[in-house]
Design a protein around this ligand. Structure first.
Ligand SMILES: *[C@@H]1O[C@H](CO)[C@@H](O)[C@H](O)[C@H]1NC(C)=O
Length: 628
């Protein structure tokens, strides 16, 4: 079993390493079927759904379709695993073979799958999953089985991915054991057909099988209610209808990608763009004016040789480039942050170009890992360059720690959360082989690339700074309240958060409700806005800090810029309190754990951007004034 996992790990690794292979993902090119040829139906894990009528999500754990407690019918030769990309596995896809037999254009009215028996614990398990609004996730030819829904706002019907495991009658949960599968097909050429949509209407039928014959007659049929005081035998059946559709293969995803309220989305994006643009413009104009005045004043004083007291940021010229505390950690964070910055930018850009279509399951995550790995040398370079600039001596340690600290923290938290998933017997638990593949990618590609970057940076001179640092540090005067650490972080974090607030809502929905995320245009704009606001706000704060003769701007600018991550976490907690009704400790821990991980990644990314911008700002302004 273990060997098998390792083998899968190596396959995944080899798939990821080859760049061309990484973009190969099933479902990109159309499959033509002939009449009566078999069209495989694949099953993915069962996931909890957001049920609008209940206004909440109750769990975040997914379960394997063949979890023995579900007692679903097995494929004849045992369920075969389907090849999946690394990202797809990491994001919880477990796609397996199924016993359903569908043949192109062959309508079937009532076919029997199997008969299963449910003992008491299994009944209790299934009932609990029905209460938590779990849904089936099936795939036919790469597109998900859906239920048809109607959006009264746009007056259009759309396909909502997945269909429910069961329902309720008189407060009692019942299990769906009959599936009416409707497949939309499109004829491309004479005798060649493509699948362009799948709808499933599930039903619950108490007497679905009699004398080993399926009965698909809705007359006086009761629901399958799994009482937990006795054993039950349940028969599973399905019907298939093939319906001609005018939708071509290329646009078959359109009806799945339904935007609930496109107007609101646009409105809020434009809104936040204007607000952010306005504020940033104000910040920049204030800053430029103030700076111009300062520089003029400082240089005049020098010329007239007046015995006038210097004031403001000029006073700290002898300390402004003093080595910050924990310069090793700061440079490591800067390296990792730059790496994340490049990864995020490249991913969003590629997505924008349309490389990551939703039919490439998990391609987003795969591409993210790929880009993160490949920008390893950027991380090493930035880290070593700043470490040297800070006057660090132990460059070997910096080289070794840069690719280990931040990914290590992420990995440890990830493994910890994975234990909870294993404990909950969730299919979302990442298998050993995949973990092994991740480690291999990390140590065999990312670490050497990072070391290479460090090595190159170490050969270079340190970044030149315009002023010399004095031997004795200056006393820092009393600071105004708004420049006290906590208040300055709270103030500076809110603007970048405001830039991404709207998009964050959609990202969270897609993460937790298993919705397809595809609005990369919005995401691209938001990412740009966020980076832009981080830079302007942090520069302004650094300026105020220096004006108050406080030269500890290095960590302050990093944290101030990264402070939007605190708001992201806060937002996640609010979302948790209002939108989610997670039952069970595992779901709650997983939710908070993943939110913390996301916030941490944001913190490192935005913090680094803010610091680097401030660094070049400080370097620039001190280069413009004369110092005797
Ligand atoms: C299958 O049944 C549906 C609904 O009765 C019908 O519209 C369709 O034409 C049938 N398809 C074939 C290939 O017979």
């Amino acid at each position: 079993m273990k060997c098998l996992s390792i083998a899968t790990g190596i396959t995944v690794l080899s798939q990821l390493v080859g760049l061309s292979q990484a973009f190969y993902l099933p479902g990109v090119s159309p499959t033509d079927y002939e009449k009566d040829s078999q069209v495989p139906l694949l099953v993915n894990g069962l996931t909890p759904a957001y049920e609008p009528s209940h206004q909440s999500l109750k769990s975040v754990i997914s379960y394997d379709y063949y979890d023995p407690r579900f007692n679903f019918c097995q494929a004849k030769e045992g369920a075969e695993k389907q090849p999946e990309s690394l990202g797809s596995i990491l994001f919880g896809d477990r796609i397996l073979d199924s016993p359903f037999q569908l043949f192109m254009l062959k309508n079937e009215s009532c076919k029997m799958l199997c008969k299963s028996s449910y003992d008491r614990p299994d009944s209790r398990f299934v009932n609990k999953r029905i209460l938590q609004d779990y849904t089936f996730n099936w795939l036919i030819d790469g597109i998900p089985a859906a239920t048809q829904k109607y959006d009264p706002q746009t007056e259009s019907s759309f396909y909502s991915i997945g269909f429910p495991l069961g329902g309720f009658v008189e407060e009692k949960p019942y299990l769906h054991n009959h599936y009416d599968i409707r497949v939309d097909y499109h004829e491309t050429r004479q005798g060649k057909f493509r699948v362009v949509g799948v709808l499933v209407t599930p039903k619950s039928r108490a007497n679905s099988i009699q004398d080993d014959e399926p009965i698909c007659d809705d007359k006086d049929n009761n629901h399958v209610i799994l009482e937990t005081n006795k054993e039950h035998s349940v028969g599973f059946t399905y019907s298939v209808t093939w319906v001609e559709s005018s939708t071509p293969w290329a646009t078959r995803w359109d009806k799945y990608l339904h935007v609930y309220d496109p107007k609101i989305h646009w409105f809020s994006l434009v809104n936040s763009t204007i607000i952010v643009g306005f504020l940033a413009g104000m910040v920049i104009s204030i800053l430029v004016r103030a700076l111009r005045k300062d520089i003029q004043k400082y240089n005049e004083i020098d010329l007239s040789e007046d015995v006038q007291e210097d004031s403001g940021w000029k006073l700290v010229h002898g300390d402004v480039f003093r080595t910050p505390e924990r310069s090793m950690l700061l440079s490591i964070f800067l390296g990792s942050g730059s790496q994340l910055f490049f990864m995020a930018g490249l991913t969003v850009f590629f997505a924008l170009l349309g490389f990551l279509s939703p039919s490439n399951r998990g391609s987003l995550a795969t591409v993210m890992i790929l880009f993160y790995t490949l920008s390893g040398s950027i991380g090493g370079y930035v880290s070593a360059r700043f470490y040297k600039t800070f006057g660090g001596e132990n460059w070997m340690l910096n080289l070794a720690l840069t690719p280990l600290v931040v990914p290590g923290i992420i990995f440890v938290v990830f493994i910890g959360l994975n234990f909870w998933l294993i404990f909950a017997r969730s299919s979302g638990a990442v298998p050993f082989g995949t973990m092994f593949a991740l480690m291999a990618i990390w140590f065999l590609i990312s670490v050497p690339l990072s070391a290479l970057g460090s090595f190159v940076a170490n050969k270079k001179e340190k970044i030149s700074v315009p002023v010399r640092t004095n031997q004795i540090p200056r006393q820092i005067p009393h600071q105004p309240t708004y420049l006290k650490p906590i208040s300055s972080y709270l103030i500076s974090g809110i603007l970048p958060f405001g830039a991404i607030f709207v998009e964050l809502y959609f990202i969270f929905n897609s993460l937790w409700f298993h919705k397809v995320y595809y609005m990369f245009g919005f995401l691209f704009v938001c990412y740009g806005l966020m980076i832009f606001t981080c830079i302007t706000v942090t520069i302004l704060m650094t300026y105020f800090l220096l004006c108050a003769e406080n030269y500890h701007w290095q960590w302050r600018s990093f944290i101030a810029s990264g402070a939007c991550a605190f708001y992201i976490f806060f937002h996640a907690v609010v979302y948790w309190g209002t939108k989610l009704r997670l039952s069970g400790i595992t779901s709650n821990i997983l939710y908070l754990g993943y939110s913390m991980l996301i916030s941490f990644i944001f913190f490192i990314l935005t913090g680094s951007v803010g610091f680097i911008a401030s660094f070049f700002f400080v370097r620039k302004i001190y280069a413009t004034i004369k110092i005797d």
